[in-house]
Design a protein around this ligand. Structure first.
Ligand code: UD1
Ligand code: UDP
Length: 370
């Protein structure tokens, strides 16, 4: 199992847990630490102790250095461990580079959260290409939904190598959201009698002017509605942090906080009125909790909740963000229409399904070799 960032760790944690229950499989966990603190938060919560830690993260790292670091770091581990299979998740640079490293060692690759596509090479960047290339390298494809499966079939992926499993994020979410969750001192200063807008931004294609337009729309909303507070756990990327602090820091009813641990974060989502985000994973979590999402992106690889009407694509157009949020803050019927809990992404048993397939694959492979 190889992963490197916060969302990969959250979504791989249920798979690690299931795999560790299987006595005949020796599970080796490798973290590239493309993220450091944000990854460690997840490792702590799910009590995952990596067998290898490449500790790659650097301040303001670029795509070339992460790719080269993962490729070189994985070479030594693969040559030493000689695994029967490498399992990767999603669409980060860790995902693609680890798959490529496995391919160079002729080790089969299992891809969790396979088949998501926008068909736009540069949006999201570099994720669309990372997941497409990983799909070409993978031998087993764990598609979260039928749409993802159709995407893979349209690229001539062999039908028998695709399994629709649901998304493991729902496994993690159901384990972590608790009614009446006590935030302790973590969210001191947040007035939960007000309506909470939960905000996150980090996408590369929104860096700079896109983020400025998003933040200006938030300023306008908070000025207009006196019962609204923004809680914004700011991504540690300095490119994001600097603009957020410059535009939103010190403003009344804005809470710019450190990235939250997964447990308080998803419980905060559950206590929020509305979610505004360019995150991928939050587009899956919020609909399951019945929270409307305004997606701060021009494209999404997660059309299921869009079709169900619980998320809307608003891009980074300041006026559009303001108006769509205002509608949900003023029109109860519009809000209720979007706030229906739908769960197109799974039933919390995705990891079990994935591990069942892995057991069969590994027995068949070892049988064929002996
Ligand atoms: C990465 C993934 C993206 C994923 C996102 C989830 C790539 C190219 N991008 O984007 O697909 O959606 O993670 O959050 O794979 N940093 C810290 N501490 C941390 C994490 C990040 O300081 O714990 C800072 C570092 O300065 C680092 C920078 O953030 O250089 C960027 O991290 P990076 O992984 O390159 O990109 P993300 O934008 O986080
Ligand atoms: N998340 C978290 N703490 C935070 C913000 C987000 O634990 O302060 C979780 C969130 O619930 C989701 C994941 O991190 O599961 C999403 O991460 P991110 O938006 O960074 O990445 P993406 O999903 O866009 O790849």
């Amino acid at each position: 199992m190889v992963f490197g960032t916060r969302p990969e760790a959250i979504k791989m944690a249920p798979v690690v847990k299931e795999l560790k229950k299987v006595k005949d499989i020796d599970t080796v966990v490798v973290v590239t630490a493309q993220h450091r603190e944000m990854l460690d938060q997840v490792l702590r919560l799910f009590a995952i102790k990596p067998d290898y830690d490449l500790n790659l993260m650097e301040e303001q790292q670029d795509l070339h250095s992460i790719t080269a670091g993962v490729l070189n770091g994985m070479k030594d581990i693969l040559q030493k461990e000689k695994p029967n299979m490498v399992i990767v998740h999603g669409d980060t640079t860790t995902t693609f580079a680890a798959s490529l490293a496995a391919f160079y060692e002729k080790v089969p690759v299992g891809h969790v959260e396979a088949g998501l596509r926008t068909r736009n090479k540069y949006s999201p960047f570099p994720e669309e290409m990372n997941r497409t290339l990983t799909g070409r390298l993978a031998d087993l494809h764990f598609a979260p939904t039928d749409t993802a499966r159709e995407n893979l079939l349209s690229e001539s992926t062999a039908r028998l190598k695709i399994w629709v499993t649901g998304n493991t994020v729902i496994d993690a979410l159901l384990e972590t959201v608790k009614p009446g969750y006590d935030f302790g001192a973590v969210l001191d200063g947040v007035n939960f009698d007000n309506r909470i807008l939960l905000v996150t931004t980090h996408r590369r294609e929104n860096w700079g002017s896109g983020m400025k337009r998003i933040y200006q729309a938030l300023i306008d909303l908070v000025e207009e509605f006196s019962d609204v507070e923004v809680v914004f756990p700011v991504h540690r990327n300095p490119t994001v942090k600097d603009i957020a602090e410059e535009m939103l820091g010190g403003r009344e009813r804005f809470h710019l906080i450190e990235p939250l641990d997964y447990e308080p974060f998803v419980n905060l989502m559950n206590a929020s009125y509305l979610v505004l985000t360019d995150s991928g994973g939050m587009q899956e979590e919020a609909p399951s909790l019945g929270k409307p999402v305004l997606v701060l992106r021009d494209t999404t690889e997660r059309p299921e909740a869009l079709q169900a009407g619980t998320v809307k694509l608003v891009g980074t157009n300041q006026k559009k963000i303001y108006e769509e949020a205002k509608l949900l803050l003023t029109d109860a019927r519009e809000y209720e229409k979007m706030a229906r809990a739908v769960n197109p992404y799974g039933d919390g048993k995705a990891a079990q399904r994935i591990v069942r397939v892995l057991i069969d694959f590994l027995y068949a492979r070892i049988g064929a070799q002996s």
